[in-house]
Design a protein around this ligand. Structure first.
Ligand SMILES: Nc1ncnc2c1ncn2[C@@H]1O[C@H](COP(=O)(O)OP(=O)(O)O)[C@@H](O)[C@H]1O
Ligand SMILES: [Mg+2]
Length: 212
């Protein structure tokens, strides 16, 4: 988890005023978070840009994703410690999509030793991304068109999660119908099929705040 979001909880989620609909939906989701996750009900958080916020950043998408992830972890630890389903591997993982692509690319850059290290790390992360009970894939589709090789990787990860009915939260500064331009049609349609879409509006709260 990036340090900036480490202390985010649902109780202090700041989105209610700007995004009452999203807040209400997430509150209901969180009320039954373990069951919703086990049913594989994924979430797609996206921004609707406007004139005062052209890229739709800083509207609380990542914060909301982390709040759901933390709520889930809390419930799972309770379950585990009260005789319910055991936690046998890292149950949740947060990954920025661009960092995953950078890590993937690192396997093909630098000295053989560097490539081998990157490869080991990438396959460790990939395995977790394919099997963790909950995954947040942050900021998907923001770079230019992804490479065919990385598109295959992402498709494999998403398909694995889909077939195991594992829940994924995606955040994006683009609505789903624009995602195909960067992620390709295959991935965009899979994400659409696996998630409930939640729109975020409002000004960019990254600006002028203490947290940058
Ligand atoms: N509606 C809001 N009201 C107040 N602060 C907000 C709101 N939405 C986001 N923030 C704050 O703005 C910062 C950026 O939020 P973040 O979740 O990273 O935005 P996004 O992922 O949509 O770009 C965080 O510090 C967050 O707490
Ligand atoms: Mg974000």
């Amino acid at each position: 988890m990036p340090p900036k979001y480490r202390n985010v909880t649902f109780e202090t989620l700041p989105i209610q005023k700007d995004n009452p609909t999203a807040y209400g939906f997430l509150k209901a989701y969180r009320g039954n978070v373990v069951e919703n996750a086990r049913n594989g009900i994924g979430l797609f958080f996206y921004s609707i840009p406007n004139n005062s916020n052209k890229f739709g950043t800083g509207t609380g998408k990542t914060t909301s994703a982390v709040a759901i992830l933390h709520a889930y972890l809390l419930e799972r630890v309770k379950e585990d410690s009260t005789g319910g389903q055991k936690i046998d591997q890292n149950p949740a993982l947060f990954y920025k999509a661009s960092e995953l692509q950078t890590l993937y690319n690192a396997q093909f850059r630098g000295t053989p030793d560097m490539q081998e290290k990157a490869s080991l790390r990438y396959y460790k992360i990939k395995k977790l991304l394919m099997s963790a009970e909950m995954v947040v894939l942050d900021d998907v589709g923001i770079r230019q068109k992804i490479t065919d090789a990385f598109e295959n990787e992402l498709t494999e990860i998403i398909d694995s999660r889909d077939s195991k009915v594992l829940m994924t939260i995606y955040t994006s500064n683009l609505p789903i119908d624009k995602l195909a331009e960067t992620l390709g049609e295959r991935i965009a349609s899979r994400i659409e099929g696996m998630t409930e879409q939640v729109a975020f509006v409002g000004k960019d709260h990254r600006r002028g705040g203490v947290l940058k």
